[in-house]
Design a protein around this ligand. Structure first.
Ligand code: AMP
Length: 249
């Protein structure tokens, strides 16, 4: 079975985000970019499937600017077999990405597509669900465990207050939650090997996807600054402040 993994290039999770002075978006100049952390988990899961003999090819797909190639190279260095870059400078919305992924799925015919449950830049949590709807495939979102048996998959999902296990027919869509696995680091020899692995380039136009925007961002603002804390001398003072200043008791 072929496994397609969607890997998004996002601002590294360690970077302190700066909002542009004109409040139209986030300042991306000289900012470290990395693979979306949930997508690293998606790549890891696909590689474990390959090692277990459930998958025979792992393909990493990224959509966006030319530099998304670096994100694909990271997936290749982790162990993916080949990459597909769908190159565009357009502002991407989840529906665009889902339509592009659908076109790639139609060409590649994978048995499974794994995505992150959300991208840490836009926090949309929509792409996997939209892709499942466009394809008419079953979906196991927020997966914390995937088991394959008899041509079906049991996907355990992290839901409020517990775990839910679904039996899904293949082909299917999975989106990853944090506890699914711990992604591996790429070794130096594998980073070198990844340089020779193929990355196919496509465009949304060639895949027949209209990139017209459906959304307009009106404003991006930083959260309000937190007030400094106060150290109280004793419990009596704390109770006094909670009652008379905060008004919470
Ligand atoms: P979102 O719906 O934007 O929160 O993204 C959910 C998941 O969709 C991500 O974790 C990725 O797996 C995938 N995805 C979103 N945008 C892209 C992109 N531009 N390229 C590749 N994968 C993407």
């Amino acid at each position: 079975m072929k496994v397609l993994v969607a890997v998004k290039r996002v601002v590294d999770y360690n970077v302190k985000i700066r909002v542009k002075a004109d409040q139209t978006g986030v300042d991306l100049s000289n900012v470290k970019m990395s693979m979306n952390p949930f997508d690293e988990i998606a790549v890891e899961e696909a590689l474990r499937m390959k090692e277990a003999g459930t998958a025979d090819e792992v393909i990493a797909v990224s959509i966006g600017v030319q530099q998304c190639q670096e994100t694909i190279r990271t997936a290749l260095a982790m162990g993916a077999d080949r990459g597909i870059l769908v190159k565009t400078d357009a502002v991407l919305e989840p529906l665009h990405v889902a339509k592009i992924l659908k076109a790639v799925v139609d060409e590649e015919q994978p048995g499974l597509v794994i995505l992150g449950k959300q991208a840490i830049d836009d926090d949309c949590n929509q792409t996997g669900q939209m892709l499942a709807a466009l394809l008419g495939w079953p979906q196991g979102t927020f997966a914390s465990e995937i088991e394959f048996a008899d041509g079906k998959a049991n996907v355990t999902r992290e839901v409020d207050g517990g775990l839910q296990t679904l039996k899904l027919n293949l082909p299917m869509i999975v989106t990853t939650d944090l506890r699914l696995n711990e992604p591996r680091y790429a070794s130096l020899p594998n980073i070198m090997k990844a340089k020779k692995k193929p990355i196919d380039e496509k465009t949304p136009e060639a895949l027949g996807v209209d990139m017209a925007p459906h959304l307009t961002t009106l404003n991006v603002a930083e959260p309000p600054k937190r007030q400094a804390g106060v150290i109280v001398e004793n419990v009596a003072e704390l109770v006094h402040k909670l009652r008379n200043e905060a008004g919470v008791i």
